[in-house]
Write a protein that binds this ligand. Structure first.
Ligand code: GAF
Length: 383
């Protein structure tokens, strides 16, 4: 993305000089559906981002323009509510959270563009929210701590987009670091950066180009099922606060007899939390082959036990599993579509993409998109 181009477009739309902000999308190496269970996740910000240009207005109005949707959304700071334009809600939700927390906002002009594929499980929505938060913070000189920007962004997603999401996506967008993944403890919010040394391998994302309609409601349901399991255990072990504190024996004793489905869902999460701890050790020791095996295991869990995969994602993971130059692959993010993440030997990538795109097209009549991604830094000013 070119800063001058952003400025020129903004000037044409609003006749004003903007501040520019960039906030990246994210990948997640391992640790899926663990964040809202106070477990660990291992995301990284990527070199695909959302770009925002913003300037103050003399009145209290909010004038938004989306490049992707080619439309305006006009509202007022004094009357913030959900818009009929779903893209605008990720922005308005953040403004609303600033106000909720007592920050004073005036009217503003706002332009948004980016190259994070929408609905692909790369957290374009979190990137929009974090870019918005950072832009408002800069524009109105609010000095909001970075951690609060991530929390504001998460709350905006919950209130204005209706997804009861965890903190992973927003945290990764704000705190990403080039050439590193981060291991985030979603209870303490402490994180460490782990160098992502891939030695001749690359991270390849394969985009199914599907997003099944039930994804948001199923996400919220999974979260409820996890909370249900915790509440049954808590009755016997009051110290248990989340699935983070639970072991397989507890699940066997207190959840399995009550509800087999809730048991299976909770078991996946408990296993995934320990799988991530193992994966972090493997990555720190440069043992990519073992890390890759754990990623395949995660996919199996997400597909068969947690039931958030879909036939398109399963197809792509099954297709690469026998290949010795693919160390690991799994669906990534909330599920029901979006991308798989693959660790693939660099020299084999072009042929693999070609072969899979043909097979995928034949199987589903859909285009397969593929991106090799690099890790990148988190939310910042852009020039
Ligand atoms: C989505 C959510 F927004 C995250 O908080 C996380 O739960 C993820 O799904 C699953 O790991 O991206």
């Amino acid at each position: 993305m070119n800063a001058q181009h952003l400025k020129n477009t903004f000037k044409k739309l609003f006749n004003a000089e903007p501040i520019l902000v960039r906030s990246p999308g994210r990948i997640n190496i391992i640790g899926e559906h663990t964040d809202y269970n106070e477990g660990f996740v291992m995301p990284a910000a990527i070199n695909k981002a959302i770009y925002v240009a913003i300037s103050k207005r003399d009145d209290q109005e909010i004038h938004l323009f989306s490049e992707s949707y080619q439309e305006f959304d006009i509202s007022s700071v004094n009357d913030l509510k959900q818009s009929k334009n779903s893209w605008a809600n990720y922005i308005l939700g953040v403004a609303d959270q600033f106000k909720e927390r007592g920050y004073k906002l005036g009217g503003f002009n706002f332009y948004i563009d980016g190259d994070v594929p929408l609905g692909a499980g790369l957290s374009s929505s979190a990137a929009v929210e974090c870019a918005t938060g950072f832009a408002l913070d800069q524009l109105f000189s609010l000095s909001v701590p970075k951690m609060d920007l991530a929390l504001i962004a998460q709350k905006a997603e919950q209130t204005f987009a209706g997804v009861n999401c965890g903190i992973m996506d927003q945290f990764a967008s704000v705190f990403g670091k080039k050439d590193h993944a981060m291991m985030l403890d979603c209870r303490s919010m402490k994180h460490i950066y782990i160098p992502l040394k891939l030695d001749g391998y690359k991270l390849l994302l394969l985009n199914t180009n599907v997003k099944h309609a039930l994804s948001d409601s199923a996400y919220n349901k999974r979260r409820q099922q996890c909370e249900q399991g915790v509440s049954w255990i808590k009755a016997h072990h009051p110290q248990v606060k989340s699935l983070r504190d639970v072991d397989l024996n507890m699940l066997e004793e207190f959840v399995k007899p009550k509800d087999a489905e809730v048991y299976t869902k909770c078991r996946y999460v408990v296993e995934e939390i320990s799988r991530l701890l193992n994966a972090a050790e493997q990555l720190k020791n440069g043992n990519l082959a073992s890390l890759g095996k754990l990623m395949f295991e995660t996919h199996e869990g997400l597909s068969a036990a947690y039931e958030v995969s879909c036939k398109e994602l399963d197809f792509l993971v099954d297709a690469v599993k026998p290949l010795d130059y693919v160390l690991g692959a799994r669906m990534m993010g909330g599920g029901f579509g979006g991308c798989t993440i693959n660790i693939v030997k660099e020299e084999n990538i072009p042929a693999l993409i070609e072969e899979l795109a043909t097979k995928y097209q034949m199987q589903f009549g859909l285009k397969l998109d593929a991106y090799t991604v690099q890790t990148d830094n988190g939310t910042s000013l852009f020039s």
